[in-house]
Design a protein around this ligand. Structure first.
Ligand code: ZN
Length: 190
């Protein structure tokens, strides 16, 4: 995971900065999101997109209610599209978020082998896209950049809903104001 470049415009720089320093995310004091996440895990095991979507709708409704934001739409799609890269090869698209439509799209199968995605990967993507929605609807960020704060908020939501311990993310400079997660040091729990 690498953060986005710092934007050129002053206004967007201020927003980027605010997103970067907003490291934590409040989570519900009860298990409503844990239950909703477990339903997604069970739904994914059926390998039926419609069933998975229904569970995602329920999770997003719970989360939106808790955070006091509108409920985003969600579409669960089958095999991930591949985006070509300049360096050759391609990257798979896991999910995205459409600003105006407030629409989250998540893919549930891998691009080549069309296998059902692991729950961890699928749910991490859903949390990531929901955090874009939160950025827009709760924090008022127009561009919802991938900052250190953004990734930490996403991780807070993910680990809360899965009841897994959140590791403190260790960041390493990645050039031109960007940061990447130093997984070796993060996993050591430094
Ligand atoms: Zn994103």
């Amino acid at each position: 995971m690498v953060t986005d470049s710092i934007p050129k415009s002053r206004l967007l720089q201020a927003e980027y900065q605010k997103s970067d320093v907003t490291r934590g995310l409040q989570v519900p004091p009860d298990d409503r999101l844990l239950k909703a996440a477990r339903s997604i895990e069970e739904a994914l095991a059926t390998e039926e997109a419609a069933v998975v979507r229904e569970a995602c709708v329920a999770f997003l409704a719970e989360a939106a209610e808790y955070y006091g934001v509108s409920v985003p739409q969600v579409r669960v799609l089958r095999a991930r599209p591949i985006r070509a890269r300049d360096s050759g090869g391609g990257t798979e698209l896991f999910g995205d978020y459409h600003f105006e439509q407030k629409l989250i799209r998540v893919w549930m199968r891998t691009a080549i082998q069309k296998r059902v995605t692991s729950f961890g990967t699928f749910f991490a993507t859903l949390c990531h896209e929901f955090c874009h929605h939160l950025d827009r609807d709760r924090f008022g960020f127009s561009e919802t950049p991938h900052t250190r704060g953004f990734f930490e908020r996403t991780a807070a939501l993910y680990h809360h809903a899965r009841a897994t311990p959140a590791k403190r993310l260790v960041w390493a400079p990645s050039g031109r104001g960007r940061w990447r997660i130093d997984w070796a040091r993060t996993n050591l729990g430094e």
